[in-house]
Design a protein around this ligand. Structure first.
Ligand code: PEP
Ligand code: MN
Length: 336
């Protein structure tokens, strides 16, 4: 971190600033210019509040050199992280195909979809039990019963399950869940992230609707700082001025996140597009961009789905996409 001081800084304020920084084990290397002084800070500056320094009368500007996230940072962990999920994994050379309905609706629905996506090559089953809906009058999910049904589907197919936690009070119900999803709306629920940091379970952390890549990584850092290194990042489309799709898939998030972090990254083309017929194209773009997996909403009868029917594809379409993913992955490997 570099602090540029204003000309003739008030000496007591400067002394206070220096003492405060040294108190955090930070070395200060001053460089005296003609008009201003620059303080170069060396040490772990991730705990330094940049806004607090910026607000001081004696400070002209502050710049971070080191990113404020450590655990999620590729600089300190150059190799790709591979996360084990049940009998499968994600990251490195292993591409994850996560598929299933937006929400669990019945035993018959979840088991039949689980069987079909498994036959088509899915490696994990998704399904919402607790649903964050924009309207309080919309279907809110089956709750604990939905988790029980997911566990039945897991038993029937062997597929590990991914499902969303919305609130701390629900966590006990997730004991047998393989991957806990933190939805876009909860990406900055710091209390929830801290609690998930105490768990060892893989967490699929979705990017918030209007969150920057840096904010997504800081949320991952919350989980990792608590001791849980098993974080999977998920780009699910961000809110832009464009209305042709539900959200805008930020495909550049893949190479950017790959450069900044060692954590696996999954693309959710379903919530990105909001329209079933675009899911295939966005999935292929995710594979081409170097994502470690995709999470796709699949429903046996999208017209009757209780949630996100318009963006859900049928199992047959998933089968084609799954095959195309493999073909593209092999083509990319051959290019390398
Ligand atoms: C979901 O995965 O069904 C979901 C609600 O996702 P998001 O948090 O990305 O909207
Ligand atoms: Mn959904």
């Amino acid at each position: 971190m570099i602090i540029v001081l204003k000309e003739h800084p008030e000496q007591q304020q400067l002394k206070n600033l220096e003492e405060w920084l040294r108190g955090m084990d930070i070395e200060i290397h001053p460089t005296q210019g003609i008009h201003s002084t620059i303080l170069g800070l060396v040490g772990d500056t991730s705990r330094v509040d940049i806004d607090l320094i910026q607000a001081l009368d004696i400070v002209a500007s502050v710049k971070r050199i080191q990113e404020p996230y450590k655990s999620a940072n590729r600089k300190f962990h150059p190799l790709d992280t591979v996360i084990t999920v049940g009998n499968t994994s994600i990251g490195g050379d292993i591409f994850a195909k996560i598929a299933g309905p937006c929400s669990v609706e019945s035993e018959e629905q979840i088991i039949s979809i689980a069987e079909e996506v498994k036959a088509a090559g899915a490696t994990m089953l998704r399904g919402g039990a607790f649903k964050p809906r924009t309207s309080p009058y919309a279907f809110q999910g089956m709750g604990g019963e939905g988790i029980d049904l997911l566990l039945k589907a897991k038993k029937a197919t062997g597929l590990p399950i991914v499902t969303e936690v919305m609130d701390l009070s629900q966590l006990d119900l997730f004991a047998d869940v393989d991957v806990i999803q933190v939805g876009a709306r909860n990406m900055q629920n710091f209390q929830l992230l801290k609690e998930l940091g105490k768990s060892k379970k893989p967490i699929l952390l979705k990017r918030g609707l209007s969150a920057t890549i840096s904010e997504l990584l800081m949320s991952a850092e919350y989980i990792m700082a608590g001791g849980n290194e098993n974080v999977i990042l998920c780009e699910r489309g961000i809110r832009t001025f464009e209305t042709a799709t539900r959200n805008t898939l930020d495909i550049s998030a893949v190479p950017v996140l790959k450069e900044l972090s060692h954590l696996p990254i999954v693309i959710d083309p379903s919530h990105s597009a909001g329209i079933a017929r675009f899911v295939s194209t966005l999935t292929m773009s995710a594979v081409a961009a170097g994502a470690d997996g995709v999470m796709i909403e699949v429903h046996n009868d999208p017209t009757k789905a209780l949630c996100d029917g318009p963006q859900s594809i049928k199992p047959d379409a998933f089968k084609v996409i799954s095959k195309n993913i493999d073909t593209l992955l092999n083509t990319i490997k051959a290019l390398d």
